[in-house]
Ligand binder design. Structure first.
Ligand code: ADP
Ligand code: MG
Length: 267
């Protein structure tokens, strides 16, 4: 199964992705997380350091794919989760979609792409240009991280529109929204009334989650020494279980940008 996690910048995609990956591994799955953000910090809380990116490695080897070994680009993270960082094109040049394409091509050459029970793409998604929509080409499900605010829901709607477009030609479904860093959900509920889709989980703002990122650990790793964090792990296990149950998901309905402005604003 292939999953893509999208959402507005800074909304908590990487934090959520790493913890979902560990949750899936705890359920006995062989998991690979692929960071597709040029920031290349997606898998940081799994490995505890910034691993070399695929693009750096390809450049170093002059794009000789045959000189690259799995251990050059696939790093073992917490809970047995394998980690890859696609990396980015040079700032202001190139295309993120090309980078994702090269990453998948290399993993296929290494016979690694079909070796996993779950591959999770952690993708930046404020603006879903064709390039950043690339992971959707390989995905069974997309999940969108959002808070209860206008900007993240506006971004979510644009991502939903990309899912709808890709679903015309790919077996892709939107698994649903993950509410993050919010205890309120009134705007989320307003949005899904207009564009029906499941809400997989709503995670409040939790100081320990913020701290976990600073410590370079997942909340699961921190819970090993602090059992009071086990209820926090439960949020991610719940998301993992829903995905593993192969939900039907949805092909999202269209909501025009202007319609959404009217829906989510008070003026
Ligand atoms: P993204 O990958 O979407 O850019 P990150 O996962 O890097 O976002 O998260 C941005 C910041 O928000 C990090 O410092 C992270 O620790 C924090 N964060 C994410 N989710 C939560 C949460 N539920 N509670 C508190 N802090 C969170
Ligand atoms: Mg990130």
């Amino acid at each position: 199964m292939k999953l893509s996690v999208y959402g507005k910048g800074g909304i908590g995609k990487s934090t959520t992705s790493c913890n979902i990956s560990v949750a899936l591994a705890k359920r006995g799955k062989k998991v690979l997380q692929i960071g597709c953000d040029p920031k290349h910090d997606s898998t940081f809380t799994l490995t505890g350091f910034l691993i070399p990116t695929i693009i750096d490695t390809l450049q170093e080897k002059d794009y000789h794919y045959e000189d690259i070994w799995p251990e050059d680009v696939i790093y073992k993270g917490y809970g047995g989760v394998d980690c890859v960082e696609a990396g980015g094109p040079p700032a202001g040049a190139g295309c993120g979609g090309y980078v994702v394409g090269e990453t998948v091509k290399l993993l296929k050459e290494l016979n690694a792409f079909d070796e996993y029970d779950v591959i999770l793409f952690d993708v930046l998604g404020d603006v879903v240009c064709g390039g950043f929509a690339a992971p959707l080409n390989y995905s069974d499900y997309c999940m969108i991280v959002t808070d209860n605010g206008f900007d993240a829901l506006f971004a979510a709607n644009r991502i939903a529109a990309s899912v709808r477009e890709k679903a015309r030609t790919h077996p892709l479904r939107l698994a649903g929204l993950i509410g993050n860093r919010t205890s309120k959900r009134d705007l989320i509920d307003k949005y899904i009334e207009s564009v029906p889709m499941p809400v997989l989980e709503i995670l409040p703002l939790i100081e320990d989650i913020r701290v976990s990122r600073v410590k370079g650990k997942t909340i699961f790793e921190m819970a090993e020494t602090d059992p009071s964090l086990l209820p926090v792990c439960q949020y991610y296990l719940n998301i993992a279980d829903q995905v593993l149950a192969a939900p039907e998901g949805v092909v999202p309905k269209d909501a025009a940008d202007r319609e959404l402005f009217a829906l989510l604003s008070d003026f």
